[in-house]
Design a protein around this ligand. Structure first.
Ligand code: G3P
Ligand code: CA
Length: 371
């Protein structure tokens, strides 16, 4: 991996810094592999800072994430930036900017009519004038206090952060980039795949053990990516519906079909893991508590696929009924996320996407017998 230039330092400090660089993949050595069980900071530490900001990713690393997760969309001038959707009024102040009022429009994205402002209609310079805001202030009012403070980061800035923090902490900080709306971006001549792979390769991420996982809810673009790189790939699985590229091509198969033992063997021809909705791993029962695990972990492992379910959130509304705490109807109060995570770890998951990596770290360390 390319790591930032070392500042001029005394020789002894330079030597130890070089050792850290080496441990993190600097110099000529291979990067240290990521742990086999991963705490993945979902959109950063999105329970603690507005999602997909350098502040959110930094917080995630500081509180124990092994890996940070940028969702990726494209600007008009072809720069990959970190947003969950290409429509950005839910997570930025674009609607308050008079100079961009005329850019508001309605488009069909993945078969759904969406109104707002779209990254593909803005240059990076214009995107950089915007500021992030909290997506779900009703659940995360503390995050909303940061509204208006943080820029929208580019993928390169996220990579730079992972490298800098690897250097500073002596841990290898991985990245988990997701192509968002890949068929749509292809349809408007802003395909994501090659730009993503080229950028990863240019930053030194190469080979099967590199600290990166490329993810997508679509299938054909992951198969395309597999032809471009050996880097680890993860097929995302939704609890309902089918991949958008299947819908577009009239393929009737659903995510449920992909999650069968036979479907997972096919996934293993182009991917190294699956990222299922947590409900596909341990569904809720009639009381809205965690029920009986499905065969997904067993079947995925039989196909030599790792399993990284999403999304583990600390607030009561996102937790099983019996793990909620305090006022169970509260939108903001936190329940026992660590207990939920321990149940999934005991079921055999290889990592998890969580909005609060500090709770994730605690649960993981307890599971691993470190605390
Ligand atoms: O990528 C894993 C998880 O983040 C998928 O859900 O909608 O948060 O991107 P989403
Ligand atoms: Ca994601």
């Amino acid at each position: 991996m390319n790591l930032p230039q070392l500042p001029q330092l005394p020789t002894a400090i330079m030597l130890s810094a070089t050792l850290i660089l080496s441990a993190c993949g600097g110099g000529n050595s291979e990067p240290l592999p990521l742990p086999s069980k991963l705490v993945i900071g979902h959109r950063g530490a999105s329970a603690l800072r507005p999602e997909h900001t350098i502040a959110a990713y930094t917080k995630a690393i500081e509180i124990g994430a092994d890996v940070i997760e940028p969702d990726l969309v494209s600007t008009k001038d072809g720069v990959l930036v970190a947003r969950h959707e290409n429509e950005i009024s839910g997570t930025t102040n674009v609607a308050d900017k008079a100079e961009f009022a005329s850019r508001k429009t309605t488009k069909k994205i993945d078969g759904i009519s969406v109104s707002g402002w779209f990254t593909e209609d803005f240059t990076l310079a214009e995107i950089k004038t915007l500021r992030a805001k909290e997506r779900i202030p009703a659940n995360r009012p503390e995050n909303a206090k940061f509204d208006g403070q943080f820029e929208i980061p580019t993928l390169q800035e996220v990579i730079d952060l992972a490298k800098t923090k690897s250097y500073e902490t002596g841990r290898t900080i991985g990245i988990y980039p997701e192509t968002k709306h890949p068929s749509y971006f292809k349809s408007i001549n802003l395909p994501l795949e090659k730009r993503l792979v080229d950028m990863l390769h240019a930053n030194g991420y190469r080979g099967k053990s590199a600290p990166v996982f490329i993810q997508s809810f679509e299938v054909s673009n992951l198969k395309e990516i597999r032809k471009l790189t050996e880097l680890p790939i993860v097929q995302l699985l939704s609890a309902a519906g089918q991949p958008e590229d299947f819908r577009l091509t009239g393929n009737p198969r659903s995510y449920a079909d992909i999650a069968t033992a036979a479907g997972l063997l096919e996934v293993a021809t182009y991917a190294n893991g699956v990222g299922p909705s947590k409900d596909m791993v341990i569904p809720r029962n009639a009381e809205n508590n965690l029920g009986t695990p499905t065969n997904l972990i067993r079947d995925a492992h039989a196909a030599k696929l790792v399993v990284h379910p999403y999304t583990f959130r600390p607030e009561n509304p996102f937790l099983p009924a019996n793990l909620r705490k305090g006022n169970i109807a509260s939108l903001t109060e936190r329940g026992d996320l660590a207990a939920e995570l321990k149940i999934f770890l005991n079921a055999g998951v290889d990592g998890f996407f969580t909005d609060d990596p500090s709770v994730g770290r605690t649960a993981m360390d307890s599971y691993l017998g470190k605390k």
